[in-house]
Design a binder for this molecule. Structure first.
Ligand SMILES: Cc1cc2nc3c(=O)[nH]c(=O)nc-3n(C[C@H](O)[C@H](O)[C@H](O)COP(=O)(O)OP(=O)(O)OC[C@H]3O[C@@H](n4cnc5c(N)ncnc54)[C@H](O)[C@@H]3O)c2cc1C
Length: 288
């Protein structure tokens, strides 16, 4: 049996491409960064899947072209604020982007064809054996790791986390289809996406707040959103929060990868510890 750790798009694609596979996922839903949440009658992605170009090796996506108004403040300080040496490609916003508008359908159809087991933690015991949180031991023929490699005691670098908020707000005179990039260290958030294209009745506002050690307080975040005229607490109809612990990945320079050890396969952004875009993730999976 092929055991696949992680049920993001990488894990699901791997599972669908291999016979007799099982996915182990720690959350109660699949999709990873792009998992979906139902708010009222709407299903929205917890992060909007945007790409600069269409994924050439994957034909199942359908795209909506989105024209973005990108507003940058103190952009020269952004890398310092994030604490990284380079920006991931997925955090660079062009005036014209493609929004993958059928990702939920793709994730649903991939997850229907595979066994997914929920296990909040797992322990790797060597010899291709994994212990799940209920104590069950699974012995696999092959193990594919799409979760952080440090969970198998292989450290490939460090990471910057994002606290993420998704707000469902009434449409108003706020700017449409806008991305605000803020490099000012005095402001908690670094990116705001006003995704008006996603819903005809409501605006969906995504806010990314970087952190390395301490997570900023929500009072400060709300204070900044109000001060910068983005939204007020009263505008919010519904919201979701999540902590993405390993969002931007920084690889160690002199790392000696032990990837071949015990024939474990490391795939996707977390397995390889690279800031892949969704298209790069798909390409990586095809060769993993
Ligand atoms: C905040 C953010 C926004 C992004 N936006 C874009 C974008 O707009 N466009 C783009 O092209 N790319 C974007 N990317 C990159 C893109 O998300 C990826 O390349 C691709 O979607 C990653 O898929 P994945 O399955 O490898 O990883 P993930 O989606 O991170 O999935 C990993 C999975 O492993 C699970 N997991 C973690 N720990 C455990 C554990 N201990 N046990 C079991 N399961 C575990 C997680 O719950 C998750 O389901 C973004 C990345 C981030 C971090």
């Amino acid at each position: 049996m092929n055991l696949i750790l992680g049920g993001g798009i990488a894990g699901l694609l791997l599972a669908s491409s291999k016979k007799d596979s099982m996915v182990i996922e720690s959350q109660n839903k699949v999709g990873g960064i792009f998992s979906y949440e139902d708010i009222g009658e709407f299903s929205i992605p917890l992060y909007p899947p945007l790409t600069a170009r269409k994924c050439d090796l994957f034909s199942q996506f359908s795209y909506k072209e989105v024209e973005l108004n990108v507003i940058s403040r103190k952009e020269n300080y952004l890398l310092e604020k994030l604490g990284v040496s380079n920006l991931p490609e997925w955090l660079v916003f062009n005036e014209k982007m493609y929004y993958i508008d059928n990702l939920r359908l793709v994730l649903d159809s991939l997850s229907k064809t595979t066994r997914v087991r929920l296990s909040t933690t797992f322990m790797y015991k060597g010899g291709k054996r994994v212990i799940l949180s209920n104590g069950e031991v699974i012995k696999a023929d092959e193990i594919y790791v799409t979760v952080p490699s440090y969970l198998l005691n292989i450290k490939k670098g460090r990471s910057i986390g994002f606290l993420e908020a998704v707000f469902f707000v009434n449409k108003s005179d706020r700017a449409e289809n806008t991305v605000i990039v803020d490099g000012d260290k005095g402001v908690t958030f670094s990116h705001v996406i006003l995704a008006s294209w996603m819903n005809n009745s409501y605006d969906i506002v995504y806010v990314l707040i970087p952190f390395s050690m301490k997570i900023p307080s929500w009072d400060r975040v709300y204070g900044d959103l109000k001060r910068k005229n983005i939204l007020k607490k009263e505008d919010i109809i519904s919201f979701r929060y999540r902590v993405i612990k390993d969002a931007i990945l920084e690889r160690d320079q002199d790392e000696k990868l032990k990837e071949e050890k015990e024939d474990i396969h490391f795939c996707g952004r977390l397995g390889k510890w690279r800031n892949f875009t969704i298209c790069e993730t798909i390409n990586d999976i095809l060769h993993c």
